[in-house]
Design a binder for this molecule. Structure first.
Ligand code: GLC
Length: 439
């Protein structure tokens, strides 16, 4: 291994060591002092390469806080670190739901489910397959319960596509794709609960984060959830933000594939999972595919409209094998255009989260333009799957270049490379390790 890469791996491990809190990893020391759902999946994927015990502990801690109905919460709060983040348990009031888990403080929403994928990676890299199989025996029913929750509660019309009901559930909080659906939410500042943001300040300038207007809508939705006691049926009827997005559905579907593998390994039945896989693949390929744009769109269930805003999630179906060869070739063309930084363009880094020619581009603001290492890692898996190896190698090069020049930052400028947001960001470190250690 090149000495500079070996040194970076050492630093990445140090970031993860410093962000470890006894049973789980915080995404970053100051900004995010609790456990986050999909972050934990990314950490586990990184740990699988060098610390299998931590990889398992990370998922154990998250799944211990699974809701009774199967929902895996977006945040599991650390009771010792309360006071530094908003919104915290006093605001979520999840105890209003009969489904909330006892003994844990959590938020009342979920996130893109990539945990079966993480579990499979842990098994694949395990130095002790027998122990790992035993551990998986315990995890498998919980993974299955989570997938059942998605298909039962988030796909009431049985289309094979699940919806998200809050932008924080998307993992890409303020992506421009959510602007239109959020605009439709009538917020009355008189009745909105009072709140104070904790995500902007000394570490991160407000110009790099969601606007106050967006935050009002995030808070409005949480207030609605708690009023409806997190009852999924009522939320489906009343929530003004209901989106079927290709990112969540593709990760769910890739996790279906890994669940089928796990079922085979453990001698469990996989009939139900196979049906989900077929149905979701078909629905992605047909309903969310927009032939005119050559892209996978989001669908806004509430306003009954497709969202054509080009964000990197549009490419995510590659990861679960849903696109036809023709669809894959079309999205590859978009990925290779100047909108998403073609690999022959030396003036940008791939893969920006939003169209570089888009009206709303803001190269320093969170999910409105910057490059994120988790998106890059996921898309690299999809590119390899479809045989786009040269592009996958160029994404890999960019991950290494960004981290070597700017450190383990939360996100990076797609033109200058400058790192923004939190320093010592855990998934950047974990996925850096996975990127360089994967064949
Ligand atoms: C932000 C990101 C989300 C991430 C969380 C913790 O909310 O948008 O994807 O999980 O921070 O890192």
């Amino acid at each position: 291994m090149r000495p500079d890469i070996a040194r970076l791996i050492k630093q990445a491990k140090k970031v993860l060591r410093q962000n470890w809190r006894d049973q789980f990893t915080v995404p970053s020391p100051n900004l995010y002092p609790h456990q986050w759902n999909w972050d934990a999946g990314f950490m586990a994927i990184g740990y699988a390469h060098f610390h299998p015990r931590r990889a398992q502990q990370e998922l154990n801690h998250l799944f211990a806080a699974q809701w009774r109905n199967g929902m895996l919460p977006q945040i599991v709060f650390n009771p010792e670190a309360l006071g530094g983040y908003f919104p915290e348990p006093d605001f979520w009031q999840t105890e209003r739901s009969a489904n909330h888990p006892s003994g844990f403080l959590t938020s009342g929403i979920t996130m893109p489910p990539l945990h079966a994928l993480a579990a499979w990676k842990i098994y694949r890299h395990s130095p002790n397959p027998q122990q790992t199989r035993e551990w998986l025996r315990d995890l498998f029913p919980r993974l299955l319960k989570m997938h059942r929750y998605f298909y039962r509660e988030r796909d009431p019309q049985r289309e094979g596509l699940v919806y998200i009901r809050h932008p924080w559930e998307s993992g890409i909080d303020n992506a421009p794709a959510w602007d239109a659906p959020l605009r439709h939410i009538p917020v009355d500042s008189e009745t909105l609960p009072a709140y104070q943001r904790k995500d902007v300040g000394q570490d991160v300038p407000a110009s790099q984060r969601p606007t106050n207007r967006d935050y009002d809508r995030y808070v409005y939705l949480v207030a609605l959830f708690r009023r409806l006691k997190y009852h999924e049926g009522n939320l489906y009827r009343e929530c003004p933000f209901l989106i079927q997005d290709p990112l969540t559905n593709s990760l769910l579907n890739r996790s279906n594939e890994e669940l089928i593998r796990l079922a085979r390994l453990l001698g469990e039945d996989s009939g139900e999972i196979r049906e989900w896989y077929q149905q979701t693949s078909r629905a992605l390929r047909t309903k969310l595919w927009h032939a005119d744009h050559g892209a996978f769109d989001c669908y806004d269930l509430r306003n009954r409209d497709f969202i054509h805003t080009q964000i990197a999630s549009a490419f995510m179906p590659l990861i679960c094998g849903a696109p036809t060869t023709e669809q894959a070739n079309r999205i590859y063309q978009s990925l290779e255009s100047n909108s998403f930084c073609s690999m022959h363009n030396d003036h940008c880094f791939s893969i920006p989260n939003y169209d570089l020619k888009g009206k709303e581009l803001d190269t320093r603001n969170y999910w409105r333009g910057p490059v994120w290492i988790n998106t890059n890692w996921l898309l690299m898996q999809g590119l390899k799957r479809y045989g786009f190896h040269q592009k996958a190698r160029s994404v890999r090069r960019d991950i290494i270049e960004l981290v070597s020049r700017w450190g383990f930052r939360e996100y990076f400028d797609p033109y200058r490379g400058t790192g923004y947001g939190s320093q010592h960001f855990s998934w950047t470190a974990a996925l850096f390790i996975a990127t360089v250690m994967e064949k």
